[in-house]
Ligand binder design. Structure first.
Ligand code: SAH
Length: 216
């Protein structure tokens, strides 16, 4: 196991932002700022810390993964979140994406269906001082009605269709990004904008995500 000091992690993070994000199509200053400042290595299991800034997803336990840095940045950029926004995330996992959003927006609400992951992420985010993130253990299909409506919603698990409650909980003018497609195959990120009387949807890049599951 390789261990690095904080300074080395800072250098690796800077390199990740330059080579994996800026060198591709991530230009949004807020996204780049957040990705430069959230310590991704503290969101992965200790034995994988030295791999935290590599160009791929990593296992976080319970069969789940933390997404590739580029995908986290891409989804954040496409959602066009602003400083006053209230954002809902479905699929807390490690809490990393929630932390990235929390660096940009006013408040983040995030739901995780696996209890252990929800509790671990909640403790981690608290310890790291992300006071504007609220974690809930539950089935994100239903959204978080008590905190609705949201300016933006991000789903970080692969769904076979778009849950209607999430569209209902978007403000008019609000945006939703979600990987959609059949299970066990490549899905596509879909960006939705809710208008007064209609929904505008745009197909983005193909992606692989762990599946969106339902509570029985
Ligand atoms: N955003 C996470 C990675 C997401 S992995 C991060 O930054 O680390 C997808 C997560 O979605 C998994 O933890 C999985 O347990 C969770 N998930 C799957 N279906 C869900 C549902 N219906 N509601 C809430 N969370 C769900």
């Amino acid at each position: 196991m390789t261990c690095f000091g904080q300074g080395e992690y800072t250098a690796k993070r800077k390199q990740m932002v330059n080579t994996q994000l800026k060198a591709r199509d991530i230009k949004d200053p807020a996204t780049l700022y957040a990705m430069s400042n959230v310590p991704r290595h503290l969101f992965v299991p200790q034995k994988l810390q030295s791999q935290a800034y590599l160009d791929g997803p990593l296992p976080i336990g319970m069969g789940q993964t933390i997404s590739q840095p580029y995908i986290v940045a891409f989804m954040t950029q496409e959602l066009r979140v602003k400083s006053k926004d209230k954002v809902l995330e479905i699929g807390t996992g490690s809490g990393y994406q929630a932390a990235v959003l929390a660096k940009i927006v006013d408040s983040v609400y995030t739901i995780e269906i696996v209890k252990d992951l929800a509790l671990t992420a909640q403790d981690r985010l608290k310890e790291l001082g992300y006071t504007n993130v609220n974690v809930k253990w539950g089935d994100g299909y239903h959204g978080w009605p008590m905190k609705a409506p949201f300016d933006a919603i991000m789903v970080t698990a692969g769904a076979d269709s778009i849950p209607q409650p999430l569209i209902d909980q978007l403000k008019v003018g609000g945006r939703l990004i979600i990987p959609v497609g059949p299970n066990n195959s490549v899905r596509r990120l879909i960006l939705i904008k809710k208008m007064e009387n209609k929904i505008i949807s745009k197909k983005l890049i193909p992606v692989r995500f762990v599946p969106f599951t339902r509570k029985h």
